[in-house]
Design a protein around this ligand. Structure first.
Ligand code: C2E
Ligand code: MG
Ligand code: MG
Length: 845
């Protein structure tokens, strides 16, 4: 027999009656079978029997109803089967009541044979159903048709049994014989029922893991009590209204109560508990969801909203539930949304996030960008949409900042090169349609490097930012100003009816640079050079326009900076020519076809050669004879100047050494470029070149132009002092063409001044040239520097120089630059008063 904790489970208040009944079962059996058998008055027993059996019938019907209607049970087919079987059990028990002796005759004479027939049929049916329930697999669903079929079969079976039992009860083998009591058949059948119930107990215990513990306990109790009940019915005496009969009925009813509890648990309580847990989980998931979730019916009424609706919409779930979803739509979109909402239900499908960007209206009337995905749910006839709403405010702000970063310059906040190209292309496309002009300007700050070098990079950055602001101030809203990088800006003026307007803009920009910028606590003046190119006049595409504007900007730089230049086709031709020169010059350097010529420098009084100036000569197969002024400018612009200058220095040093070895030492002046001068270790390089050639430093004169020396006075001073310390002499070339500060001039360790040849041209007629030449000669005298006049072509010029005390000159009057060999052949080194005319005639150039 099952104990209070037969399955190792905790007991409950429900276990009490069963445990009690198990405990007293044996004594009661002994009592009824031996001495204690009591019989009851038939009327009393009929009343008791009817009451107890009616209770059993009611419970059977309840088992039927709960089992048959079970919708959520995991073991639905087994539960339905049990329910249907207990309909049969209940009906048979009802027939058993009606046919009980003492009840009015039902169709035929009521006697124990008739009522016991129904009784034993009900017991067999019930016990078999319980065993089947215990053994049926958990899976397996049952549809409405199967249910109805099962019901019909059961009613048919009961009908058949009822026919036999009511109409022909005595055609069945006797179960009870008046005066003799139970037949062996009846006793055997009762034992069989008890055995079936016991087998069910075993099956239940065996399958207890597959079935719920609590359920199994109730079923085990029920089956065990039914088994005991059946045993009591084997004990019926000759008079069947005895204590065995009564106790058996009590056990049966108590067993039914446990059975009802079990079926109720399986069909109702456990599924409902499961649903409750599931609902709890779902509500937790919903309330923890980061996205707002709305459950909306087909009319647009919000049925459910989670907590995340608050931050998205500003409404609480309570505000929204019961309201129409359109309250979240901006007024002007409500009609459209209504149509879209209805058409969604015509063809409902799951719609993922990321397909539509919408704007919802918040409680305070502001719009919030959202992404909405939709799910669809149908419950019978009703359809619902579930909207998952994600607030895109932060993501959009992040995307916008990424977009801004990718398209704008961080320092100035202006559009970057990419965005400028994009906007210029659009402006060109617009202008192509409208027939208007687009102007592209390329702006480059003048001497920006000097600001960086002298005030530091933060000040340079600050200057760029301030420049951006100043230029922007003179522009229209529609004009595009971009920073292309470094100190380069670009401007796109579109929708211009008169292209000349652009020139006013250029002038206004230049004027903005007249006032100082405040950088690192100082007033700093900066200039800008502008190049202008026009669409469609100059070019039709973005890249070419920008390139032409860049070219024009270089022209503005050449023209003295702080100005603007408009692109012209000559510039393009010039650019092409320069490119060609660059390429050919590179080849010339590789193939060593450059030459160094030497122009004598002569003592004005004696005519003796005091030195020579080394000058580059280049004859190219394609370009012919290329003037140094031409290719040196290209070399300076392209960086070729450094290797070129290194070659010149090496060659000149070798020549110095060669002449010295030949016993005719000659001072050689070498032109140094601005870029060479910026090299930190210039003196070391010169020293190395002299050492390699084994040349004496005092025979090398370093020529730098006035502009190089004056643009970087501090650098010049250091470099020149080192070169001076090396033993080289220093000559200031092209003097008078730049902007010498006499204060600086005084400080620099310069040994020689060269009057630019442009001042020689007007001598002896031009009073200005005469005045300037005289002033320079006087200045050189007073500073204790030697003076060399360049470009002396006539004897009048020479006489002038002689008259005013200029020491040396160079010029075609004496000799042009010529190869070293030709020079050696024609010049009496510094000793004789060479006759200029005779030398010229001797030298071919
Ligand atoms: P520069 O240093 O002022 O050179 C003097 C220029 O005057 C030379 O022009 C020379 O040929 C020219 N010249 C001399 N006498 C007369 C004359 O009587 N009449 C006229 N009209 N011109 C005369 P060149 O050789 O064409 O050189 C031009 C410039 O190219 C040079 O001016 C110098 O600045 C630069 N240059 C030449 N060779 C080199 C070089 O090796 N390195 C560097 N950095 N620059 C060089
Ligand atoms: Mg020179
Ligand atoms: Mg010169």
């Amino acid at each position: 027999m099952a104990s209070a904790k037969p399955l190792g489970m905790g007991g409950s208040y429900r276990d009490g009656p069963a445990v009690l009944m198990f405990a007293i079962a044996l004594p009661l059996l002994w009592w009824t079978s031996e001495s204690g058998r009591t019989t009851f008055a038939p009327e009393l027993f009929v009343f008791f029997h009817s009451a107890v059996e009616m209770a059993a019938v009611v419970i059977s019907m309840m088992i039927f109803l709960t089992g048959y209607r079970a919708v959520l049970s995991a073991r639905r087919s087994a539960v339905v089967l049990l329910g249907v079987a207990f309909l049969g059990v209940g009906l048979l028990d009802f027939l058993h009541i009606l046919s009980y002796r003492g009840m009015p005759d039902a169709l035929s004479f009521n006697d124990p044979q008739k009522s016991m027939f129904f009784w034993i049929a009900a017991r067999l049916l019930g016990a078999s159903a319980l065993l089947a329930y215990a053994l049926l697999p958990s899976a397996g669903m049952v549809g409405p048709i199967q249910k109805r079929l099962g019901l019909t079969l059961m009613l048919g079976l009961v009908g058949a049994i009822a026919c036999v039992g009511l109409l022909q009860p005595h055609r069945i083998s006797p179960l009870f014989v008046d005066g003799r009591g139970l037949t062996t058949l009846k006793i055997g059948l009762e034992w069989f029922v008890a055995a079936l119930n016991a087998a069910t107990v075993v099956a239940l215990l065996w399958r207890r893991t597959a079935l719920a513990d609590e359920l199994v306990r109730d079923l085990v109790f029920a089956c065990a009590l039914l088994a005991i009940s059946a045993i009591f019915f084997t004990e019926l005496g000759v008079i069947d209204t005895d204590s065995a009969n009564a106790i058996g009925h009590v056990y049966k009813v108590v067993a039914y109560l446990y059975l009802f509890n079990a079926t109720c648990g399986e069909a109702l309580r456990r599924p409902v508990q499961r649903l409750a847990v599931q609902a709890l989980r779902e509500s937790t998931i919903l309330s923890a969801a980061p996205d707002a979730v709305l459950w909306v019916d087909q009319q647009g009424i919000i049925l459910m909203a989670n907590a995340a609706v608050v931050p998205v919409t500003g409404f609480s779930p309570d505000d929204l539930i019961g309201s129409n979803i359109s309250m979240l739509m901006p007024e002007h979109l409500r009609g459209r949304h209504e149509n879209a909402f209805q058409s969604y239900f015509l063809m409902p499908r799951v719609r993922a996030m990321g397909l539509f960007d919408l704007k919802l209206m918040r409680r305070n009337g502001t719009l919030v960008p959202v992404d909405i995905s939709l799910g669809h749910y149908r419950d019978g006839e009703s359809e619902y949409a579930i909207a998952y709403i994600r607030d895109l405010t932060e993501r959009m702000a992040y995307e916008e900042s990424l977009r801004h970063q990718a398209t704008h310059d961080e320092l100035t906040g202006l559009p970057n090169r990419w965005l400028f190209h994009f906007q210029l292309e659009q402006a060109i496309a617009r202008a192509a349609r409208s027939g208007q002009s687009v102007v592209v300007m390329f702006l480059d700050l003048d001497h920006f490097k000097a600001v960086n070098d002298s005030l530091g990079h933060p000040a340079g950055d600050e200057l760029l930012a301030q420049v951006g602001v100043r230029i922007r101030q003179v522009l229209r809203e529609t004009d595009v100003l971009a920073r292309l990088g470094g100190d380069e800006f670009a401007l796109c003026l579109s929708d211009l009816t008169d292209p000349q307007e652009a020139l006013h803009v250029a002038t206004n920009i230049l004027a903005r640079f007249h006032s100082a910028f405040r950088l690192a606590g100082q007033d700093v003046y900066s200039g800008v050079s502008l190049g202008v190119a026009f669409y469609p006049g100059d070019a039709a595409d973005c890249d070419t326009l920008l390139r032409y504007a860049d070219m024009a900007m270089y022209q503005a730089k050449r023209a003295g900076r702080g100005t603007y230049a408009c692109y012209s086709t000559e510039m393009d031709a010039q650019a092409h020519q320069e490119m060609l020169i660059h390429t050919r010059l590179q080849d010339a350097m590789k193939s060593d076809t450059l030459e160094l010529h030497y122009q004598p420098q002569v003592n004005v009084k004696t005519g003796a050669t005091v030195g020579v100036e080394a000058l580059l000569r280049w004859h190219d197969e394609v370009l012919g004879q290329v003037a140094p002024e031409c290719f040196i400018a290209v070399a300076e612009a392209t960086g070729l100047i450094l290797p070129l200058s290194a070659w010149v220095l090496t060659t000149a040093c070798a020549q110095i050494a060669e002449w010295a070895r030949a016993g005719t030492p000659m001072r050689v002046s070498v032109n140094f470029s601005a870029q060479q001068f910026r090299l930190g270790d210039l003196a070391a390089q010169v020293q190395a070149a002299l050492a390699r050639a084994n040349a004496q430093p005092h025979l090398l004169c370093v020529e730098i132009t006035e502009s190089v020396a004056m643009d970087h006075p501090a650098l010049a001073s250091t470099q020149l002092s080192h070169l001076r310390a090396l033993g080289c002499s220093i000559s200031l070339d092209d003097f008078g063409t730049g902007h010498s500060s006499l204060a600086y001039l005084k400080q620099l360790p310069i040994t020689e001044l060269k009057i630019d040849r442009s001042f020689m041209v007007g001598i002896p007629h031009d009073t200005h040239d005469i005045a300037i030449a005289r002033a320079i000669i006087t200045l050189a005298h007073s500073l204790g520097m030697t003076l060399v006049a360049e470009g002396v072509e006539t004897s009048e010029q020479l006489s002038f120089l002689k008259e005013h005390g200029c020491q040396h000159y160079q010029g075609w009057l004496f000799a042009p630059a010529m190869p070293a060999a030709a020079l050696a052949a024609g010049v009496a080194w510094g000793h004789t008063e060479a006759q200029p005319a005779s030398l010229l005639s001797e030298v071919r150039f």
